[in-house]
Each structure stands twice: as structure tokens, then as C-alpha cells.
Design a binder for this molecule. Structure first.
Ligand SMILES: [Zn+2]
Length: 341
């Protein structure tokens, strides 16, 4: 049987893992959705997936031990990863932001290293599940999520569950088109994708373009950062909140692009809420209020009636928490009750 496990002394818990371009986050979530432990390791994508899997396994055991738990007694692990994850196999089919990981057998590798059943999904899909259950989408359904960061991710939760599509690739909202045959170049090779407008590098590029016109002039802090090549989307967002006219012009233009993207999603899905997260969204209402106005003015009026357009509530923890929730979900009630494998 199972080495003296009574199944009563150990609280049920699941492991969440969120593989990002720079850091891989870990969290241990209790069955009551309380976070029992959190940590992170460097992703070091250039070294490939194998050393990362080892680092994660070591860190996960340490985290569990630190919380007085044995990792092998987790009811499972969930992994969110930036890329297209094949649902049936847990293989990473495409991942422009994790070069060298294409074809990575994520479910098999993590499963072997952790000794646990593993579910792998796209990171924004995991994030959408967490926002739906624990964040800005609580009590609303369907939930649509856009994550504006290095790339633009998307997620859709319907009836409380992630919509995966036929192979696991649903909700790639970042590659919906906003332009017919022009627009900025996207990482996918096309032009005019939502991602091409709303990823963090385009925020900086747009600030440079608008500042170069000289009218309106940038405030001194933003002008300095742009001239030194040290501007980031976060800094442009801060400048916008502080009233810098160039930064305000940037986010008003981005708000238009985001508003059209959101209008398309509202028309397709009639969601109860569209949640906007990621580093670019930290600009806050300066982006969201403009997007909201554009989106609601654009859709056929009855579609505007019941939809909220809200900032994400879980910050950069959505992916790791959603991954852990997914592990609980696929474990089934018996496994969660006993806390045993
Ligand atoms: Zn694209």
C-alpha cells in the first residue's frame, strides 16, 4: 500500500509551475485555495529545458519541505508555459519566446522529475483560470483574458473551465489581426497582429516615434530614458500616470488598438468580463479607460450591456496559481481527499 500513509494527517495540496522567459515561478496551493509556499528559479532558456526541469524539481521539494509537506503526496502538478501546448501529449509545439524549447516534452519531463501526474497548458490559459476562480473574474462567466507582456497571450474560461480547442491551441488572441495588410511586424511573422501593437517592445517603439515628432514634447524623465535607450514599457506607463504628454499619446493610441481587439472578442464570445493583465497593463486606467470607451462604442449595443472590462487582480501570480488549480482539477476528488497518490 502506501508506506503508512493514513490519508488523514496530510492536507491536500497541488504544485503550480509557471515557466516564463526569465523566471520560473513555483507555488504550493492548498485545497482551500490558500497559498502554502511560493518560490522561483531562473529559467535560463538558453541552456534548454533539461537543466530547468532539474532546478524546478529541487526547488519544488525544498518548497514543500519548508511548508512541512512531502512533495510526493501532492495530488499533482500543473505547468503553465509560454507557447502552444499540445493538450493530448503535453508537448510544446511552438514557443517564440522560449527559443530552444520547441518540441519539449513538458508533461513527460516534469512528470518524471517530480514523480507526480502533470498537466501542461499555455501560461495565459492558466492565468485565465486563476483570474476566473480567484481574481477579477470571480463570479462571472465566460471570462476572457488578455495578457500584454513580451508577447500577448490570451485565455478563455467557459463554464468554469479552460477552453482548449481541438488540440490545445485556443485563445491565441495575440495573433488576431487588427489590420488587413499593414501594421507593425509580429513575432509570428505576420503584420498587424494584436501582439504587434500591444507587446511591451512596441510601447517603447511608439514612445520613440511620438517623441521624435517633438510635438507634444516629452517630459524630462521620459525624454532622458528614451535618449539613453533605457526606456521600458513600465517606465512609459509610469510617465503616463504622471501626466507626461508623449506617454499619454502612446497609451491613447494603444488604448484604441486594445479597444478594437476587445470589441472583436466581445462580438465573438459575448463574455461577462474581459480582463487585461501583464506588464503593459500596469499603466492602469490611462490604457484601460481608453480601451473601454473604444470597445463599448464599437460593439452592437446589446453586446455592451453585460460586459465588464477590468484589470487583472492577481498580478504576475496568475499563471502559477492557475497551474496549481488545474492540477487539483485533474486529480479528481478521491486524490484530493486523501492527499495520497
Ligand atoms: Zn502574430
Amino acid at each position: 500500500v502506501s508506506g503508512g500513509r493514513s490519508g488523514t494527517g496530510s492536507p491536500a495540496f497541488a504544485l503550480g509551475i509557471d515557466v516564463g522567459g526569465t523566471f520560473t515561478k513555483l507555488a504550493i496551493l492548498g485545497a482551500g485555495e490558500q497559498v502554502l509556499a511560493e518560490g522561483r528559479v531562473a529559467t535560463d532558456a538558453a541552456a534548454g529545458p533539461a537543466p530547468l526541469v532539474e532546478r524546478v524539481a529541487v526547488a519544488a521539494r525544498e518548497l514543500a519541505a519548508g511548508a512541512g509537506l512531502e512533495l510526493v503526496r501532492a495530488c499533482g502538478a500543473g505547468v503553465g508555459i509560454a507557447g502552444l501546448v499540445e493538450r493530448a501529449t503535453g508537448i510544446l509545439a511552438a514557443c517564440p519566446n522560449l527559443p530552444g524549447f520547441e518540441g519539449f516534452q513538458a508533461a513527460a519531463s516534469f512528470g518524471q522529475a517530480l514523480g507526480l501526474p502533470v498537466q501542461v497548458v499555455n501560461d495565459a490559459n492558466a492565468c485565465a483560470l486563476a483570474e476566473a476562480r480567484l481574481g477579477a473574474g470571480r463570479g462571472r462567466d465566460p471570462v476572457v483574458l488578455l495578457v500584454l507582456g513580451t508577447g500577448v497571450g490570451g485565455g478563455l474560461v467557459l463554464g468554469g473551465e479552460i477552453v482548449h480547442g481541438v488540440a490545445g491551441f485556443a485563445a491565441e488572441f495575440g495573433h488576431m489581426a487588427l489590420a488587413i495588410d499593414d501594421g507593425p511586424r509580429c513575432a509570428c511573422g505576420q503584420r498587424g497582429c494584436v501582439e504587434a501593437y500591444l507587446r511591451s517592445s512596441h510601447v517603447v517603439a511608439l514612445a520613440l516615434t511620438i517623441a521624435a515628432r517633438g510635438q507634444p514634447p516629452a517630459g524630462p524623465a521620459l525624454a532622458r530614458a528614451l535618449a539613453s535607450g533605457e526606456a521600458t514599457s513600465r517606465l512609459v506607463g509610469e510617465a503616463a500616470r504622471a501626466g507626461d504628454p508623449v506617454a499619454a499619446a502612446v497609451f491613447s493610441e494603444l488604448g484604441r488598438a486594445l479597444g478594437i481587439a476587445i470589441a472583436n472578442l466581445i462580438s465573438a464570445l459575448n463574455p461577462a468580463v474581459v480582463i487585461v493583465g501583464g506588464g503593459v497593463a500596469l499603466a492602469g486606467e490611462v490604457l484601460l479607460s481608453s480601451a473601454r470607451a473604444v470597445a463599448l462604442a464599437r460593439v452592437v449595443p446589446p453586446l455592451a450591456r453585460d460586459v465588464a472590462i477590468l484589470p487583472a487582480a492577481l498580478g504576475d501570480r496568475g499563471g502559477v496559481l492557475g497551474a496549481a488549480l488545474l492540477a487539483f482539477e485533474s486529480a479528481g476528488p478521491a486524490r484530493i481527499e486523501t492527499g495520497a497518490r
